[in-house]
Design a protein around this ligand. Structure first.
Ligand code: AMP
Ligand code: ZN
Length: 487
């Protein structure tokens, strides 16, 4: 949808926020307990989310992480926070270089199509846009700046044209993952971007140039950055030295995030991140879904098999982010059924509003929705407990349906129900609004189109007409103005 339209609808959504009464708390990987959340800057959350390595299509396991981060972001909005989210794109890395070399093309030629596919997938899964998507290759000077500072503070050493981080010098190395720095073999180094869990070693900050590899000139000699320094540089650039939340999948805890802490704190001298949140892996037959294991599905694979994007999103949202989740055909079917129940309820309320039948308020229904909102917020406040929050949504739908079977309700009440549902869906993100546009929304869009035409923004006007046509709304320009009807 055009930005002007989606922007307008987004503002409308935000206005319906309330301030929940409970304390919002998150499980912090670093302290290994749930902690009440307070932002460094009142009302504003700054968060960094490790993004994709764009050497191939992201798999649905990656999207478990991105959907979890999306729910986190959306719930922070729901609670009234402004959020500045950064998601990096790792566009230089061992695998990317290997693949580009195999194809005889540059790393940029190799990554661009996968970056485009990634943004398409985010849209398909109704993942809200982060504020910044920096690409690693655009921040090489910032990475070099941190390496320079680390060298001045004697955290680095050089071997064979590469610069390494001396982890034994960083006092609290291991505090995130629990891996003890005294397990490090003195001088044992690691060059690869990928290495095994528990293998604590001095890691590479700047890799000396190898033949046929893309490289940058630097004061440390020609070369390219290691993976970990990318995130330290891009988080600093957009969020500063100290920010609120850093997230990723559980495989990011060690070595990636442990190394980010070591680099960033040694360079800045201040605490890097207040809350570390990690989601458990998406599994297939009990094993981590991963490209290297060959047991992966892309989002496109699942859609091709006939799964609806909203049902896939529901599947990812409905489990708690810290529980393992197993992908199976049955689980996706169950998710489809659950999502359909939400959509049916939504349609039922929309139809009540469209029929414009009015009746006295039903008090029992007021009590149900108040109870539901309290429960929903209580569960979401408790470390984003989506399974319980959704269970209370289904209780609410069941009880409301019983009441609606027995009584006509007041229009004001129906609108309140719809508002509640939409407000909850600003977090869950599975209701396909477009599939059931309300009369007043249609009229708003028509007005927007008229305004666009007056301002001679014909492309925008046409876009709005096409968008409405996609929703089954036909426009007729008559002498008395625009008339519309449903197809
Ligand atoms: P990568 O492209 O491998 O750097 O991964 C991007 C993000 O997806 C990181 O936050 C990973 O931790 C996360 N991730 C990778 N595999 C899975 C999985 N099977 N389940 C959940 N998250 C994953
Ligand atoms: Zn990262």
């Amino acid at each position: 949808m055009d930005n002007a339209i989606s922007g307008q609808r987004l503002n409308w959504k935000r206005e319906t926020m309330t301030q929940a009464a409970n304390t919002l708390q998150f499980y912090n990987t670093e302290t290994k307990r749930k902690e009440p959340f307070t932002s460094i800057e009142p009302g504003h959350v700054r968060m960094y989310t490790c993004g994709p390595t764009v050497y191939d299509f992201a798999h649905i396991g990656n999207y478990r992480a991105y959907v979890f981060e999306d729910v986190l972001r959306r719930y922070l909005h729901y609670r009234g926070y402004r959020v500045t989210q950064v998601m990096n794109l790792t566009d230089v890395e061992d695998k990317i270089i290997r693949r580009a070399q195999e194809k005889g093309i540059t790393i940029f030629e190799h990554t661009v199509p996968f970056i485009e596919a990634f943004f398409e997938d985010l849209d398909t899964l109704n993942i809200e846009q982060a504020e910044h998507y920096p690409r690693a290759t655009d921040y090489i000077p910032q990475m070099l700046e941190i390496i320079r500072t680390l060298r001045e503070k004697d955290y680095t050493y050089e071997r064979d044209g590469s610069i390494y981080y001396r982890i034994a010098k960083f006092q609290s190395y291991g505090r995130l993952s629990g891996i003890r720095p005294d397990e490090v073999k003195s001088g044992a180094r690691i060059d690869s971007d990928e290495y095994e869990k528990d293998d604590a070693r001095d890691f590479v900050l700047w890799k000396g140039r190898k033949e046929n590899e893309h490289f940058w000139e630097s004061e440390f000699g020609p070369g390219r950055p290691g993976w970990h320094i990318e995130c330290s540089a891009m988080s600093k650039e957009f969020l500063g030295d100290h920010f609120d939340i850093h997230t990723g999948g559980e495989d990011n805890i060690f070595p990636h995030h442990e190394n980010e802490i070591a680099q960033s704190e040694a360079a800045s001298g201040v605490k890097f991140v207040n809350y570390w949140l990690h989601c458990r892996h998406l599994l297939v037959d009990g094993e981590k879904m991963a490209k290297s294991k060959g047991n992966f599905f892309t989002l496109r694979d699942l859609i091709q098999r006939g799964h609806h994007p909203s049902a896939i999103r529901y599947f990812l949202v409905a489990s708690h982010y810290r529980s393992p989740l197993n992908l199976s055909e049955e689980a996706l079917k169950a998710s489809h059924a659950a999502w359909t129940r939400i959509m049916d309820f939504h349609t039922r309320i929309v139809e009540i509003i469209q029929r414009k039948v009015d009746a006295p308020r039903v008090e029992a229904l007021d009590a149900e929705w108040k109870k539901f909102v309290t429960q929903f917020e209580t569960h979401m406040d408790d470390d984003l407990d989506t399974p319980r929050a959704l269970a209370s949504l289904f209780d609410f739908i069941k009880e409301s349906n019983k009441i609606l079977d027995a009584n006509p309700i007041a229009q004001s009440q129906a609108k309140q129900l719809l508002d509640t549902l939409k407000r909850v869906d600003t977090v869950i993100g599975v209701i396909k609004e477009e599939e059931a546009l309300l009369d007043e929304e249609i009229e708003q869009l028509i007005q927007l189109r008229q305004d666009a035409r007056k301002q001679k923004k014909f492309a925008l006007a046409d876009k709005i007409r096409d968008e409405l046509a996609n929703q089954g709304i036909i426009l007729e320009d008559t002498r008395d103005g625009v008339r519309w009807k449903r197809r």
